[in-house]
Design a protein around this ligand. Structure first.
Ligand code: GLA
Length: 377
């Protein structure tokens, strides 16, 4: 059944418009967005669809295919951060952050797997934001929508995420990764063509989700902010590795390691762009693997499942591999030769089975377009 028909079945009238916004993988630049750094994500082809109709009163009715399609209702004046079922907060948070004054009906349906570290949350938020922006003629730029949806997630949902996921879901471009400066949200689209060179990016969903996810992320943010405060810079982006080394004695050793990851990772993003633009895929792959090592050893956000996925891919011929997203579970990526895909997939499946891990899932996706209005009545 089409999303329009499903919407009509639930709410009785056809939607005013349908939008879609994608999930993402990040090629490189992990845990640097909240340090004003640079990231290089691309939008994947899996998307979240949003059908929306404006009401003439102040009632909000929302439903999700993934939450059995039953409508959840609220009054627009009584929206309150950090309350209500968690899935509803991603939608209500965007309505709240956009300061919408009228009632709406929304039905969402997502292809982006949840818990896989592929930003299903940002896809959901951005599909709703782009729909409201269009239908209410709010005229917000993509940068503004990125900040607004991040605010919805930070304040209304209660997740202290950075700006990367929302930005790429909104600004993705087919065939390109987005070099995003997380300080001023300026961007450069970087062509990504692995196919022509017989390569592809394998996405491995480890299906692991460790309890550390929430507390561990907030703790790392706080450690980074502490270093920036102690060394009197606005953010870690403003420090060089050399300056950090000189100040080592003043810092807690653990904070030093956190900052070393962030500063070295930002440098790797720039090197990765140079390598991509020169079609130097061996170098690019090495940078991915260096990123993983730094995330594992200095930032301590990997986990056994991610390490096994990465190590097995590398042992079977991958040019590079790393965990993506927040860590403690979720997905890894590996840059592999197309011809090795079957062999590497099978090796990872075996390695997971041997260790008693859940069976992993594999995806691949070319860089795809960001959020779009698909049709309006
Ligand atoms: C999560 C957050 C992002 C970013 C990554 C780590 O995906 O939502 O803002 O911090 O972790 O790079």
């Amino acid at each position: 059944m089409s999303i329009q028909s499903k919407f009509t079945e639930i709410f009785g009238l056809a939607p005013d418009l349908v939008t879609a916004a994608p999930g993402r993988v990040n090629l490189i630049g992990e845990h640097v967005d909240y340090n004003d750094g640079f990231v290089l994500p691309f939008a994947i082809n899996a998307r979240t669809y949003c059908a929306l109709r404006i009401r003439e009163d102040s009632r909000i009715r929302i439903a999700s295919k993934q939450e059995d399609g039953t409508a959840f209702e609220a009054e627009i004046s009584s929206l309150k951060p950090l309350t209500g079922p968690v899935w509803t907060r991603y939608i209500l948070g965007v309505i709240w952050a956009l300061e919408v004054k009228t009632g709406v009906e929304i039905f969402v349906d997502s292809e982006v797997p949840t818990g896989a570290g592929l930003s299903s949350s940002a896809a959901l938020e951005c599909s709703v934001a782009i729909a409201l922006n269009e239908i209410l003629t709010l005229n917000k730029s993509l940068q503004e929508l990125a900040r607004i949806t991040q605010r919805a997630e930070n304040e209304f949902v209660g997740v202290p995420c950075g700006i990367m996921d929302q930005s790429i879901s909104l600004m993705g471009k087919s065939g390109h990764a987005l070099l995003l400066d997380c300080r001023d949200l300026s961007t450069r689209q970087i062509k990504v063509d692995f196919e022509t060179f017989g390569l592809k990016l394998l996405i491995v969903d480890t299906r692991a989700h460790h309890a550390l996810v929430d507390g561990g992320y907030a703790e790392r943010r706080a450690q980074c902010e502490e270093v920036a405060r102690e060394l009197k810079v606005k953010a870690l982006r403003d420090l060089t590795l050399n300056e950090l080394e000189v100040a080592r004695g003043k810092l807690k050793e653990i904070n030093f390691k956190r900052a070393r990851h962030v500063i070295s990772e930002i440098a790797r993003v720039h090197d990765a762009v140079t390598a991509l633009e020169a079609n130097e895929f061996e170098t690019f792959g090495r940078l991915l693997t260096d990123s993983h090592t730094s995330l594992r050893d200095d930032y301590n956000v990997s986990c056994p499942e991610l390490d096994v996925a990465v190590d097995t891919a590398l042992a079977n011929g991958a040019l590079g591999a790393r965990m993506v997203g927040g860590g403690f579970g979720g997905s890894a990526i590996a840059l592999i030769k197309d011809a090795d895909a079957g062999k590497i997939g099978a090796a990872i499946e075996h390695a997971f089975k041997d260790r008693g891990f859940k069976a992993p899932r594999f995806f691949d996706s070319l860089p795809s377009d960001g959020a779009q209005v698909l049709n309006s009545n």
